[in-house]
Design a protein around this ligand. Structure first.
Ligand SMILES: *Cc1c(COP(=O)(O)O)cnc(C)c1O
Length: 360
C-alpha cells in the first residue's frame, strides 16, 4: 500500500515527476538569451527530434498541450477553410473546436468513443473534399483508444492537405514516427510521458506546412511560428527556463534507458495493467486489444460503483486515478502508466482497488 504522504499519481497526466527531474527544476536560473542556456535548449531540441522521429523543425512553446494544438491551427487556418476532424473522444473533439474557433468549416468523422478511428470511413469522406487540414489524436486519453495514425497519414500525405496530430499522451511512451507517417504538425506536452510538470508544449512543423504558415494573414501573435523560426534556438518570448532544465534531465533519462526500451516497457506495463484489472472482474472500455493505449488503461464500470471506489482509494490509500470525462463520467475510470510508473505502482493500485471494492 502507498504509505507515503505524497499521493501516488496514477492519472494519465500529470504523472509522477522523478527526483532527478525535481532536482533539475530547482536549479538557479541562468538567463534565457545567454549562450549557456541556448546550447542547452538546442541540445534538447535535437534530442526531442529523435523522440518525435523527425527531421522537421521543432519548437518548444511555453504553454500546456492545448496551446501547441492552437499554434498549429492559428498559423494555418483562416475563416472559411475546410478542416476534417477525426473525433473519438474529448481531445480529438478539442482540435475540431479550435479549428471552429478560428473560423474553419469543420466536418467531423465521428466514431463511438472507445473505438479507434475507422480508416475506411475516413477515406470515403476525405476523398475529393479539398480539406486544408485533417486533425486527429494519436492516443485518445479520454477513452484509452489508440488511432491508426500511420494509415491515415499515408492517405493525407499524398494530397495538399496538412495532417495535424495530437501525440500529447503518447510521445515518449509509444512509437511516434512523425516523418514516416506524414505528420505535418505533431504536438506534445510536458506533463505526460515526459514526466515534467505542466507548462511546455512541443510542435513539429514540416516543410510542406511552411508555405501555408507564410501565407496566413493575421490571427496570431504569441504563437506566430514565423517568429519562432526566425529566432531559433532562442524563443521569441521569455521561456520557462526551469522547465527546460527539467526537459534536459528528462531527455538524459530517456536516452540512458534507450527510446526503444522505454516504449517496450510502457507496452509491458500496459499489458500487465489490463491483465490484472480483468482479474477483479472489470471489462476494458476499448474492446479491441490492439487499439488499447499503452500509456493509460480505460476501464468500464462493469456494474460497480467506480466513483465510490475511486474516492476510497484516494482517501485510504492516497492513490489518485482519473474518472471519465463528459458523457463517460461514472461509466469509466482511467489508470495512467506513463514515465516512471511501473508494474509495481500498477500492482499497488490494483490491490487498493480490490480492497475498496470489498468495502463497498
Ligand atoms: C492531456 C492532453 C491534452 C491537453 O493538454 P493540456 O496540457 O491540458 O492543455 C491534449 N490532448 C491529449 C491527447 C491529452 O492527453
Amino acid at each position: 500500500m502507498n504509505e507515503k504522504k505524497v499521493p501516488l499519481l496514477m492519472t494519465p497526466g500529470p504523472t509522477i515527476v522523478p527526483e532527478r527531474i525535481l532536482n533539475a527544476l530547482s536549479k538557479p536560473l541562468i538567463h534565457h538569451r545567454e549562450k549557456e542556456f541556448l546550447e542547452m535548449a538546442q541540445n534538447c531540441t535535437d534530442r526531442l527530434k529523435e523522440v518525435f522521429k523527425t527531421k522537421n523543425d521543432l519548437f518548444t512553446l511555453t504553454c500546456s498541450g492545448t496551446g501547441a494544438m492552437e499554434a498549429a491551427i492559428a498559423n494555418t487556418i483562416s475563416p472559411g477553410d475546410k478542416v476534417l476532424s477525426l473525433v473519438n473522444g474529448v481531445f480529438s473533439e478539442r482540435l475540431s473546436n479550435i479549428a471552429t474557433a478560428f473560423g474553419a468549416t469543420v466536418r467531423t468523422v465521428s466514431v463511438p468513443w472507445g473505438q479507434p478511428v475507422d480508416v475506411q470511413k475516413f477515406k470515403e469522406i476525405f476523398q475529393g473534399g479539398n480539406y486544408k487540414m485533417v486533425t486527429a489524436v494519436h492516443n485518445e486519453t479520454s477513452t484509452g483508444a489508440r488511432n491508426p495514425i500511420s494509415e491515415i497519414g499515408k492517405i493525407v500525405s499524398q494530397t495538399e492537405s496538412l495532417f495535424t496530430v495530437d501525440a500529447i499522451s503518447s510521445l515518449g511512451g509509444d512509437d511516434i514516427r512523425t516523418d514516416e507517417w506524414g505528420i505535418d504538425f505533431c504536438i506534445s506536452g510536458s506533463q505526460k510521458c515526459l514526466m515534467l510538470p505542466p507548462g511546455l508544449g512541443f510542435l513539429t512543423v514540416s516543410e510542406k506546412a511552411w508555405p501555408y504558415i507564410k501565407k496566413k494573414q493575421g490571427g496570431r501573435f504569441y504563437f506566430n511560428l514565423l517568429k519562432y523560426k526566425e529566432k531559433a534556438p532562442e524563443n521569441p518570448w521569455t521561456t520557462a527556463i526551469n522547465l527546460v532544465f527539467g526537459l534536459d534531465e528528462c531527455l538524459n533519462m530517456i536516452f540512458e534507458e534507450g527510446l526503444d526500451n522505454r516504449i517496450k516497457r510502457h507496452a509491458d506495463v500496459a499489458a500487465h495493467c489490463r491483465a490484472e484489472i480483468k482479474k477483479l472482474g472489470f471489462k476494458l472500455f476499448v474492446n479491441l486489444e490492439s487499439a488499447c493505449s499503452q500509456t493509460l488503461t480505460a476501464i468500464a464500470a462493469s456494474g460497480k460503483d467506480i466513483e465510490k471506489m475511486r474516492s476510497i482509494v484516494k482517501a485510504k490509500y492516497n492513490i489518485q486515478m482519473s474518472g471519465g470525462q463528459k458523457d463517460l463520467k461514472g461509466k469509466i475510470f482511467r489508470i495512467g502508466h506513463m514515465g516512471v510508473v511501473g508494474k509495481k505502482e500498477v500492482d499497488i493500485t490494483i490491490e487498493a482497488i480490490g480492497k475498496a471494492l470489498k468495502e463497498i
